[in-house]
Design a protein around this ligand. Sequence first.
Ligand SMILES: [Zn+2]
Length: 151
Amino acid sequence: MSHEGIRFISKEEKARETEETRPLPRIAVTPQKVRVLLTEGKGLEIDWTDGHRSAWSFAWLRDACPCATCIEERKNEGRNAGQPKAKPAQLLPMYTPPAKPAGAHAVGRYALQFDWLDGHSSGIYSWEYLRRSCQCPECTFAAAETSGTPN
Ligand SMILES: [Zn+2]
């Protein structure tokens, strides 16, 4: 019996791999209704074809921008998607308005793009990315279970 081809990976690594590559059924990544609550400034809501409902605040979405620059920046700062930047301690903290888009539009049939008021707009939020980062208690609990880092 040969032991070749056996790969030893840590439990944590395996969990992450499973989480990221776990295929999602088509109905889980096909939105039935997309609501961008611009005037209310609330955020994004999606009703998926499998009956699940997801909601994200605009602030979370801005801090989870999936463009290469933002991914790199988060990686360097050790932030997770949706995690805000650490604010420098200031004597007189400046008021920074919460992130809000001027608008949003569909990219083909697979994604959504926001025109953030800060001028950034290169992030393409695919339905799959959004579904995988669903913020409902059920999904965040499941994600924490597999990654071992509850937040
Ligand atoms: Zn970005």
